[in-house]
Design a protein around this ligand. Structure first.
Ligand SMILES: Cc1cc2nc3c(=O)[nH]c(=O)nc-3n(C[C@H](O)[C@H](O)[C@H](O)COP(=O)(O)OP(=O)(O)OC[C@H]3O[C@@H](n4cnc5c(N)ncnc54)[C@H](O)[C@@H]3O)c2cc1C
Length: 424
């Protein structure tokens, strides 16, 4: 009997995913990957295609972490404008980073197509402005994208916005036809099957408790050990303290979603007629979309303390009703949360622990798309072609302020400031 997925609407509508036996005994591989989320699975797929023998160790189940619980929004670019990236890494690297972020969306589409992954992938995305100044921000974002040769966006004035999202909250927006949405857990389950079809071995319920990242690396679980030529650490926000050096560079932030009861096709369609995935432009943002079975999937609300907020379902529901008063009588059938890993500068953190051990983490809310290209370039780096990996590795990442227990209060203060700024 397979262990259930983490409870959510996604788990309730998950495609079949076979139970994989835990690791038992000693195993040899070319590459051992820790974590079966998008990063680990996509890296495994690209390595297997290059002929590597790959073993993936997953503490729980395929897609257990953020990959099986997220908002499913497949978003263009990074959490930061390319102009900001230029300041950190220079013009050339920033250009490469932009190109790789575009490549990422193509890789997702290609994987879904090639491996026939049933995950409701659809295109079209709306970034919605709440205050008039947001329209200036969206205009600047559009100009930047156009400067990069990206012409798939359209500014939406106040008069038109309600035909796209029937809410009194928004003053306009930016449609991006090149961003999209998918069922995140079914995408992860499909990636797991794809990896196995190429010969990758996945062990579930196999938590790695110790690693050796030296010249002959290994990963240890309570019942076995994998010796390999390379380790790839893909545990992201769920990796915990396995490698303390990685933990310092990310902050796991809890974020939440609800799914309403089935609303019926007419009501659901009237809320977002074109069926776009929608997010607002606040720093602590709300994001939402319609599900295939005509519910509202609504995400937002964060906790920096590592503790779930007790009034979660009620508070997220009341946020949703502010956006869509039409849903005041709709019951909420599902409520769940997960951990998203953010970095100080909100760009992904890739690098090497040693010559034999690579990692990727901290996609800062853009991992549905970016994990695809990061998985590919992790595989390239293992194969000795590290030029693209090194573009990412050159992004400077500061540790979060405050040692140990002070880290969270410092972040909470910083986030309160941003929240206050959103409200003002
Ligand atoms: C509620 C929520 C909403 C989000 N919405 C969006 C969105 O709309 N768009 C977007 O782009 N991004 C979104 N994100 C972020 C996105 O989900 C992540 O960036 C992405 O899934 C990261 O994938 P990953 O494979 O790196 O990590 P994960 O999916 O977290 O996978 C890591 C895996 O490693 C395993 N693991 C950890 N430690 C060990 C160990 N010691 N041994 C074995 N296994 C281990 C975990 O069990 C887990 O399965 C959201 C995240 C959350 C939580």
């Amino acid at each position: 009997m397979p262990k259930p997925h983490a409870p959510s609407w996604y788990a309730a509508t998950a495609n079949e995913s076979p139970a994989r036996p835990p690791l038992a005994g000693n195993v040899e591989a070319d590459v051992c990957i820790v974590g079966a989320g998008y990063t680990g699975l996509i890296t495994a797929i690209h390595l297997a295609e290059r002929g590597y023998k790959v073993v993936v160790l997953e503490a729980e189940r395929v897609g257990w972490g953020a990959s099986g619980r997220n908002g499913g929004q497949l978003i263009t670019g990074y959490n930061k404008p390319v102009d900001t990236l230029k300041r950190w890494v220079g013009e050339d690297d920033a250009r490469h980073l932009w190109e790789m972020s575009e490549e990422a969306k193509g890789i997702v589409a290609g994987l879904v197509d090639r491996f026939d992954i049933d995950c409701d992938l659809r295109w079209g995305y709306l970034l919605a402005g709440i205050k008039p100044r947001h329209m200036d921000e969206l205009r600047l974002w559009q100009e930047e994208l156009q400067g990069l040769g990206y012409d798939r966006t359209r500014l939406i004035p106040r008069e038109e916005i309600r035909s796209l999202v029937d809410s009194p909250t928004y003053v306009g927006g930016l449609v991006d036809e090149g961003s999209g949405q998918l069922h995140p857990l079914n995408y992860a389950i499909g990636l797991g099957r794809a990896a196995e079809s190429l010969g990758v071995v996945i062990h579930e319920e196999s938590k790695v408790t110790r690693v050796d990242t030296g010249a002959e690396p290994w990963a240890q679980t309570d019942r076995g050990r994998v010796r390999a030529k390379f380790l790839v650490l893909a545990g992201n926000a769920y990796l915990g303290g396995l490698v303390p050096k990685l933990r310092q560079r990310i902050m796991p932030v809890a974020t939440y979603m609800i799914a309403t009861e089935v609303l019926g096709e007419n009501l659901a369609t009237s809320l977002i007629p074109p069926g776009y995935a929608v997010a607002d432009v606040n720093f602590v943002l709300n994001y939402f979309r319609r599900s295939k079975d005509h519910r509202m999937l609504f995400g937002g609300g964060v906790s920096y303390s590592g503790l779930d907020r007790p009034d979660l379902k009620r508070s997220l529901r009341s946020t949703m009703i502010k956006v869509f008063p039409q849903l005041r009588d709709a019951a909420v059938d599902f409520c769940w949360g997960g951990h998203v890993a953010i970095t100080m500068n909100r760009t992904p953190h890739l690098g090497r622990i040693s010559d034999t051990t690579l990692f990727a983490q901290g996609y800062s809310g853009h991992g549905v798309a970016l994990t695809a290209v990061c998985g590919r370039i992790l595989a390239e780096a293992v194969a000795g072609q590290a030029e693209r990996f090194d573009v990412f590795a050159r992004i400077p990442h500061a540790p979060f302020p405050g040692p140990g227990p002070l880290k969270t209060p410092a972040l909470v203060l910083a986030m309160m400031w941003y929240r206050l700024r959103d409200l003002l």
